[in-house]
Design a protein around this ligand. Structure first.
Ligand code: SF4
Ligand code: SF4
Length: 263
């Protein structure tokens, strides 16, 4: 008899803002079609709750930032055939990884009236630092088109191709006029991976690198260009130490510019 069992899919949340799960929900009618083809066993934001069920594909949002996160991610990995991280938090530690560059205890004491009730780790780290990850989808938030494409490919037993080239390339393909050349904006597009369709430059805004580092990012050259545009070293450092501050290429470039400021 032909098996009627649908593939099982889970969407897990770790330390995050839930924005990447919303990329699923914002798929609207397409999500309803997906729900006819797969069983969403665990997706707290949409309803189903079964965090420990075995699944074919687990999508993971958020970074590892609490002792509970550490234990849960090991269980999710054990119960999942494919594990896909979605968003900057899961792939690089998120904006909350800024704590890695400071004394986390001092920050907590400065923010909370009763810091003894806060149970967080000193560092916020990407999922891949703790368990094997089969595919990383970047972005803050990740975009629904990528999520759907990855899901479709994995259901057909194919590993999706990674989009590694730069936002600049996407601007050229869309014939979007360069905001750095024409408006003098400190755009991170030359070092940022595409996947968003060069969204910000298409509205005349500079890219702030929410998709993380592209392949072979020449961060030193871009930092010099930013200084040429009039940014002081501290401002250059802030361009790199933002949403994807935990990605090594951006962290190193940011710290280097910061040293020039301190020096
Ligand atoms: S990557 Fe951005 S949108 Fe996604 S959970 Fe983290 S902060 Fe939210
Ligand atoms: S242009 Fe840059 S900041 Fe804007 S959505 Fe794309 S990657 Fe993110």
């Amino acid at each position: 008899m032909e098996s009627t069992a649908k593939p099982k899919v889970a969407v897990h949340k770790f330390s995050s803002c839930d924005g990447c799960q919303l990329a699923f929900l914002n798929l609207g009618a397409a999500l309803m079609q997906v729900a006819e083809l797969v069983d969403f066993t665990h997706f707290a934001e949409a309803g189903p709750l079964a965090p420990d069920a075995a699944v074919d594909i687990a999508f993971v949002e958020g970074s590892i930032a609490t002792p509970d996160d550490l234990q849960r991610i090991a269980r999710v990995r054990e119960q999942s055939r494919f594990l896909v991280t979605i968003g900057a938090c899961a792939t690089a530690g998120g904006v909350q990884a800024l704590r890695n560059l400071a004394n986390a205890g001092e920050w907590i004491a400065g923010v909370y009236a009763r810091p003894e009730h806060i149970h967080s780790l000193d560092r916020s780290t990407p999922i891949a630092e703790h368990v094997k990850v089969d595919l990383e989808l970047w972005g803050c938030p990740v975009n629904g088109r990528q999520v759907l494409g990855a899901l479709r490919a994995l259901l057909f037993g194919v590993m999706p191709a990674q989009e590694n080239d730069k936002v600049c390339m996407e601007c050229k393909r869309r014939q979007t006029v360069c905001v750095m050349v024409t408006r003098g904006r400190a755009c991170m597009g030359p070092v940022t991976r595409t996947g968003c369709g060069a969204l910000c430059p298409s509205f005349g805004r500079d890219c702030y690198a929410c998709y993380g580092p592209a392949e072979n990012p020449n961060t030193a050259a871009l930092a010099r260009r930013f200084e040429g545009l009039g940014l002081v070293p501290e401002a250059v450092a802030r361009r790199f130490l933002f949403i994807n501050n935990g990605a090594p290429a951006f962290r190193d470039a940011g710290l280097k510019s910061g040293e020039r400021h301190d020096g």
